[in-house]
Design a protein around this ligand. Structure first.
Ligand SMILES: [Fe+2]
Length: 443
């Protein structure tokens, strides 16, 4: 279907370097420009939508493909594999897949917890894969996970718990909180009351709380799916990590949308959230994610005062940016530094820019790495020099694509000097389509 169409007739998510690749490769001894730091030993895995047939009706519907770049003593190898769920094997349509919690596109994120690597998409169960990216099987936590599980769970660096949730557009409970212990056992499944089904892509975790974002991308069968509804209002729900639905305190905020928070932490009786906030997204009549209005995300700070019962909402940076990440050892704790991917503003579709940003949240400043003319970045991932290295002592990894040369690379940047030229560019043996999220898994 797609091959017969001209590029410009294709939807944005099938054009240029958004287009899928079909073959699964394993290639060792990659060519490297510069030098891979010897301390970087492990694998960077990145997930993304990669429609098997070459066609998908929406960016979100493509089958998940993992790309892995393994770094070992200064050498690099690459492999890529589809996540082989029933959605892939049977090439199911998305509507049949919605009815089957195991039929995951598994296309959004990948994370390691309790020795298990899992690929995620938010409307289904996680799927386990191995270090070679081969599919192992679905994860239902011993039958305790009955439905959806977010692509954006968080591993608490202090307790090693995996905290997550699932949202269900079709039937109440529209939201369920999940707590998984350090051994990988699901120990709490807590239905949370929200007034209507909404798209809840991501959320926030602090040392003692989780914060749900009830933002108005509302699901309606009559209207054929999710649409932004300002009149539904927006609320943040603060719950103790071991709490119940009865403990949730809801705080009204200005209607908006956040696909991705950077991090959150507690300061006395306040909770501080840094988020990439859009004024709206998925508004009927506009395009599906961004819009031609300037609705690209910017960094905002929300301060919830638990005593006063208020939320202070401030924009703190003006660079269009999304896919924010911090040093994962700081999840839920006060982080000084954050990183994000620059986004091209005023486009009808998400368009990754040539910038990798680094925020100093203490100083209130931003520094930027320029990937170069016609080069587009991917989510920046921080990899520490060693397990006990300082917050800024390590590298930023990002899979980038040079459109002029049609060359994909893993860029390795010095996190402590983000503006300096890349320390290394690992040339990947094939085009890696623009994708979603990934994680560095140190050996
Ligand atoms: Fe995401």
């Amino acid at each position: 279907m797609s091959t017969a169409k001209k590029q410009e007739e294709l939807p944005w998510h099938l054009r240029g370097n958004w287009a899928p690749v079909q073959d699964e490769l394993t290639v060792d001894d990659l060519e490297v420009e510069g030098e891979i730091p010897r301390e970087l030993n492990g694998i960077y895995m990145r997930n993304g939508m990669n429609p098997r047939s070459g066609w998908s009706d929406h960016w979100f519907f493509g089958q998940g493909m993992l790309h892995g770049v393994e770094l070992s003593n200064g050498k690099a190898s690459y492999r890529n594999r589809y996540v082989k769920t029933p959605y892939y094997e049977k090439e199911m349509d998305i509507f049949s897949a919605m009815a089957d919690p195991l039929a995951s596109p598994a296309n959004t994120h990948v994370l390691r917890h309790a020795g298990r690597i899992m690929a995620f998409e938010e409307a289904h169960s996680p799927w386990e894969v191995d270090r070679q990216l081969e599919t192992v099987g679905p994860v239902d936590f011993g039958g305790k996970l009955k439905g959806q599980f977010t692509a954006h769970s968080r591993v608490c660096p202090e307790t090693n718990e995996l905290l997550g949730f699932g949202y269900s557009p079709m039937a109440a409970p529209y939201l369920t909180y999940y707590r998984i212990d350090p051994k990988g056992d699901l120990v709490q499944a807590e239905p949370i009351e929200i007034p209507r089904p909404v798209m809840m892509h991501d959320w926030n975790v602090t040392r003692n709380h989780v914060i749900f974002m009830d933002l108005p991308i509302v699901f309606s069968l009559e209207e054929g799916g999710f649409n932004f509804k300002e009149e539904a209002g927006a609320r943040l729900g603060v719950m103790p990590r071991n709490g119940t639905n009865a403990d949730v305190r809801w705080f009204e905020i200005e209607p908006c949308y956040v696909f991705h928070p950077l991090n959150s932490h507690e300061e006395g009786d306040k909770i501080v959230l840094h988020v990439c906030r859009l004024p709206h997204a998925m508004k009927a009549g506009l395009d599906d994610i961004g819009s031609i209005e300037d609705t690209t995300a910017r960094l905002w700070k929300w301060t919830i005062d638990l005593t006063a019962g208020t939320v202070k909402e401030e924009q703190i940076d003006d660079a269009p940016a999304d896919f924010p990440r911090i040093d994962d050892r700081k999840v839920g704790l006060k982080a000084r530094y954050g990183y994000s991917l620059g986004m091209v503003p005023k486009t009808a579709a998400p368009h990754y820019d040539r910038w990798i940003h680094k925020y100093d949240l203490e100083a209130g400043t931003r520094k930027t790495h320029d990937l170069g003319e016609n080069v587009h970045g991917g989510e920046p991932q921080f990899a520490p020099r060693s397990p006990d290295a300082g917050e800024d002592d390590g590298w930023i990894l990002s899979i980038v694509h040079d459109e002029t040369k049609d060359q994909s690379s893993l860029a390795i940047l010095d996190a402590s000097d983000i503006g300096s030229p890349a320390i290394a560019k690992v040339k990947l043996p094939r085009r890696v389509p623009y994708g979603a999220h990934g994680n560095w898994m140190a050996d």
